[in-house]
Ligand binder design. Structure first.
Ligand code: CS2
Length: 460
């Protein structure tokens, strides 16, 4: 079967890709970006008629994405799986694909290009190379970038690009982090400080915060076959997504930007309440279902949430522990939001694997769970269900031989000599990059964790 490309187009994208010039650089060209920002950006181009916001996508690791997209002229499709029949749409907003490890200089040149006004990022929690609230200056890759080699880290790429720019730039993080924009500004500032020089244009650089939401499981061969059946051509770069899509962006830009609000994004002065609701309700529950589900032998999140005990715990997590810590954004009913989250998780067509959501727990837990624990403890409450979620991660760390986590070695060493529940809890509570001193020192939290780890170990 022939391959999707500009000359082999069964379903034309909504804009003519040939007419689009590059105005955005995106770092982290994974499935999530292709199913989220690239889709909204294309829709904005259609509605506004603006053709200057094509995307140069940068793959941070392997050349796989480039090998999938380049022969297809950057085209790919989004296979939407909801409750009815799947639907498919070809997206044409990605106009160039770079592979950072092969050509780091080209990435810097793109960021420095005056035609580029916005850099967006989806590099996952670990891509920021942070330790606590700041840049990890002990990270060997950060150290190597600081010596002046063509940069390989995301912060190094941004700094090198900014140092060369003459026009102001907006850098928009689309990762699941607390206050992602200000956090990234801090990391880049610390990088410049370590270099000993801050470029003059840095002051004008904006780092708006953003909240992104769409469930995008890893693509499988079955998805590629289904896409080929629907399209009549082969698409090696197809991504799968649920119908739901949300993007809330802080309206703080240094210059021009795409008319994303005309394509369904919410531009607002304050993203924090949206972001907090999403991270603490959706992502925390997702992770709890992933750990408890994996421990019960469920392959997918949909199977886990169909287990009545686990769906009851998910509801209890949101109602008892999370909602009391939130101030909802205007117009968001938290009870209805929680119910929608569980309906989305139950989508049987998505096949989102528990193992995929379970990965990188050491960098996800602090963002999505531990703020809730801290707030509940500070309010004098006993955070029972969120502690179960943390305990499930602990047991998962203990019982998973090939743990997929940037700190896997450290976590495995920590629990190597621990088998009793209290010893496991104490060993992991001592990992400072995950637990702050106040959590490490909380007797209430420790006791809840020991109780839950004991119960989970007894089941397995
Ligand atoms: C998930 C998220 O893998 C994970 O950790 O919780 O990727 C989740 O699917 C998205 O944030 C949904 O917007």
């Amino acid at each position: 079967m022939s391959r999707l490309s500009l000359t082999n187009l069964p379903v034309a994208p909504a804009v003519d890709p040939r007419a689009m010039s590059i105005g955005i650089v995106h770092l982290g060209l994974g499935a999530f970006h292709r199913a989220h920002q690239a889709v909204v950006t294309e829709r904005a181009a259609v509605v506004s008629g603006e053709t200057r916001w094509g995307i140069a996508g940068v793959s941070q690791r392997s050349a796989t994405v480039r090998d999938q997209l380049a022969p297809q002229d950057g085209l790919y499709s989004v296979l939407e799986r909801g409750l009815g029949d799947p639907s498919i749409q070809v997206i044409g907003s990605i106009r160039d694909v770079l592979t950072a490890p092969e050509d780091p200089e080209a990435v810097v040149a793109r960021i420095a290009d005056p035609a580029v006004a916005v850099v967006t990022l989806t590099v996952t929690e670990k891509g920021y190379r942070a330790a606590g609230n700041g840049l990890d200056l002990d990270d060997p890759e950060i150290q190597a970038d600081l010596t002046g080699r063509p940069p390989r880290t995301v912060v190094g790429q941004l700094a090198a690009g900014l140092a060369r720019r003459t026009e102001p730039l907006t850098i928009l993080s689309c990762d699941n982090l607390v206050a992602n924009g200000p956090f990234l500004r801090k990391l880049v500032t610390e990088y410049f400080e370590a270099l000993g020089k801050v470029p003059e244009t840095f002051e004008a650089t904006r780092f708006p915060a953003g909240m992104v939401d769409r469930i995008v499981p890893a693509t499988t061969e079955a998805d590629r076959e289904e896409a080929a059946r629907l399209l009549g051509v082969r698409d090696e770069a197809v991504v799968v997504a649920e119908p739901f899509l949300q993007w809330v962006i802080e309206n703080d830009f240094a210059g021009d930007r795409p008319a994303w609000e005309q394509a369904g994004a919410i531009l607002t002065a304050d993203v924090a309440p949206w972001e907090q609701a999403k991270l603490r309700m959706l992502n925390a529950t997702h992770s709890m279902l992933a750990y408890l589900g994996a421990l019960r032998g469920y392959e997918t999140i949909a199977e886990a949430v169909r287990d009545e005990e686990l769906s009851g715990l998910s509801r209890a997590l949101m109602t008892d522990d999370v909602v009391p810590t939130l101030t909802p954004p205007d117009g968001l009913d938290l009870a209805a939001y929680g119910a929608t989250v569980l309906e989305r998780f139950a989508n049987p067509a998505l096949k989102h694997r528990t193992r995929q959501v379970a990965m990188d727990g050491s960098v996800k837990l602090p963002v999505r769970m531990l703020g809730t624990v801290r707030d509940r403890l500070a309010a004098g409450a006993e955070p029972r269900v969120i502690s179960l979620a943390v305990a499930a991660w602990m047991v998962y760390v203990l019982q998973t031989p090939d743990l997929d986590d940037p700190q896997a070695d450290r976590l495995k060493v920590a629990v190597a000599d621990a088998s009793e529940p209290a010893a496991v809890v104490d060993a992991l509570l001592r990992v400072e990059s995950v637990f702050t001193p106040e959590l490490h020192d909380s007797a209430v939290f420790r006791e809840l964790l020991v109780e839950h780890v004991s119960a989970l170990r007894a089941r397995s």
